[in-house]
Design a protein around this ligand. Structure first.
Ligand code: GLA
Length: 401
């Protein structure tokens, strides 16, 4: 009997550790977030119009589900009586619950932002000391996603702070995707796989393809910088727990090939796909990048392996990602400003994914090649591949047995 009790208490204590909803985000979350384009200019009107477009433009069918309001949705003070957060009535005249209901009525999911510190990065009330109360408030609104930032956290232990919020969300009994946003400061990939569904691995992204260090002071990272910060962390990603190299800048001012490259490589890395552009004025080119179902299928592949950089020569990189069906995604990436020639002899290379240990050996079986951007069959792996790759562009292929 005593032995049974000990075993039972061991089970209870180990399940208390598994605080997050493990069944959420078995593939990387997809959605839209207000920050990259709108910063503090958020409103009920913007969110409703955005949800309408996601539902009507084909984005919902392509997989975009979460509509997330970032910083600046609150009043500067909590409710003096209850201590609850208060949505700014000037920006959200019908209140946050009505907006959550509206987003849900479109068949989409709704998310909000807060911060582990005393204040958010923009100076609104943070959650420090209010974790359980805020989690209950979010559950009462019916939110499905919480992005949780790291400003104003001096002296706080990151693992403890995020774990507390994760437990608070669990205690509020609503399955809410928990998106850790500490910019990689506390190396969350080492401890957060049971705390949240995704964690930022980098500082903030900006709509720049590549650039070194710029002027003094804070500047957002380029797409290539965030790629480099994220690409060595492949061993930590998997179903339900993803590395997040930040939200998408597709449609925010880079060239079309740079946008295509950004999107392709985020999909190769099984990154969360959170659009960050103004969907109301998106060009047909932007829309076709964001809704390329074949490329999204690489990101959302249920094997859940983050692809890896196999080679890097003269700013020409080759990336591989094993897929559930035994196929592979392959992406040649030209980071340089000159046209680069690709010549790839399949039969001389055996590729081994370091995480899944799957092997691609075109010498022992021939794979069909599908070009994921032209959407055309492109021969098979029995012949050498020769192509020219323009500056800042990709050749992204799916290999099928
Ligand atoms: C931090 C985050 C951004 C955004 C802003 C909001 O910089 O990393 O993604 O949420 O705060 O203030």
């Amino acid at each position: 009997m005593r032995k049974c009790m000990i075993i039972l208490s061991l089970i209870i204590s180990s399940s208390a550790y598994a605080q997050k909803y493990e069944e959420l985000s078995l593939t990387p979350p997809m959605g839209w977030n207000s920050w990259n384009t709108f910063q503090c200019n958020v409103s009920e009107k913007l969110v409703m119009e955005t949800a309408d477009i996601i539902a009507s433009s084909g984005m919902k069918e392509a997989g975009y589900a979460y509509v997330v309001i970032d910083d600046c949705w609150m009043l500067k003070e909590r409710d003096p009586k209850t201590g609850d957060l208060v949505a700014d009535p000037a920006k959200f005249p019908h209140g946050m619950k009505a907006l959550a209901d509206y987003v849900h009525s479109k068949g989409l999911k709704f998310g909000l932002y807060n911060c582990a510190g005393t204040k958010t990065c923009a100076g609104y009330p943070g959650t420090r000391g209010f974790e359980y109360q805020d989690a209950r408030y979010y559950a009462s609104l019916g939110i499905d996603y919480l992005k949780f930032d790291w400003c104003n956290t001096e002296g706080i232990n990151g693992e403890e702070a995020y774990t507390t919020m994760s437990k608070a969300l669990r205690a509020a009994s609503r399955p809410i995707v928990f998106s850790l946003c500490d910019w990689g400061t506390n190396k969350p990939w080492r401890w957060a796989s049971h705390v949240g569904q995704l964690w930022r691995t980098t500082g903030d992204i900006g709509p720049y393809f590549d650039r070194g260090k710029t002027k003094e002071g804070w500047e957002p990272n380029s797409v290539m910088r965030n790629l480099d910060l994220n690409d060595t962390l492949n061993q930590y990603a998997g179903p339900g727990h993803w590395n997040d190299p930040d939200m998408l800048e597709v449609g925010n001012g880079m060239t079309e090939s740079e946008d295509r490259t950004h999107f392709s490589i985020w999909c190769m890395m099984a990154s969360p796909l959170i659009a960050g552009n103004d969907l109301r004025s998106m060009s047909p080119a932007t829309k076709s990048i964001l809704t390329n179902k074949e490329v999204i299928a690489i990101d959302q592949d249920s094997l859940g392996v983050q692809g890896f950089r196999y080679s890097n020569q003269d700013s020409l990189q080759t990336w591989f990602k094993p897929l559930k069906d035994g196929g592979w995604a392959l992406c040649f990436l030209n980071r340089s400003l000159k046209v680069q020639k690709i010549s790839y002899d399949w039969k001389t290379q055996v590729i081994t994914d370091p995480v899944s240990h799957r092997q691609l050996d075109p010498a022992s079986s021939v794979f069909k090649i599908f070009n994921l951007w032209t959407k055309k069959e492109q021969g098979n792996t029995s012949k050498e591949l020769n192509a020219e790759l323009p500056a800042h562009d990709v050749l992204m292929l799916r290999l099928t047995k």
